[in-house]
Design a protein around this ligand. Sequence first.
Ligand code: SAM
Length: 217
Amino acid sequence: MFGPSEAELKRARRLLLSELRRKGITDERVLAAMEKVPRHLFVLPEYLPVAYEDRPLPIGAGQTISQPYIVALSTQALALTPEDRVLEIGTGSGYQTAVLAELAREVFTVERIPELSREAQERLGRLGYRNVRFRVGDGTKGWPEAAPFPKILVTAAAPRVPPSLLAQLQEGGRLVIPVGGRFDQDLWLVRHEGGKAVYEHLCPVSFVPLIGEEGWR
Ligand code: SAM
């Protein structure tokens, strides 16, 4: 079976980057990270020809790799610095993890499905990422031993912001999370300012559910 050539994949990735710019992504560091991370190595082989289309794709176990625009928008909203430690809930394929790992000092990522976490670990290991720590479990409880975090990203949809995650966000920190119903939600940037949570609406989204003690049961 013949798939797309390296040159075709590279061209498709460049076109995706132009599309992200057209849709309003302006952070050059985020765009550079997404130009560097090879999304086609994070999708199932049958989706290789559409790896650089701006849409979510199945990754097995009933889960998805997120739409590139949403990855870009979420990452941009986190305003990462090279010194940041980031907590990510929902490792999935590890694609968003890799984008975070390009921009931050250390990424702590939690996935509830062991096989997805294992595959993501292998993939990121092969790609040379050494600043990612993986955990299998219920991410709605966060990663208490490594808290507080200046940045937290949740890549599955919650019925409300899990209180444990809010508690693990440091003062001045940023949390990005989809919140809403089972099928349709809104992506929120939550800033922890002066002991209060300040909410900024980013856009409507449709994510798979965050399943756990402080998510969907
Ligand atoms: N960021 C991922 C990527 O780039 O491939 C996509 C994540 S996918 C949309 C959401 C992931 O969250 C799924 O892999 C799902 O198993 C995981 N998940 C759902 N509930 C979870 C929980 N309580 N703790 C950790 N992971 C969870």
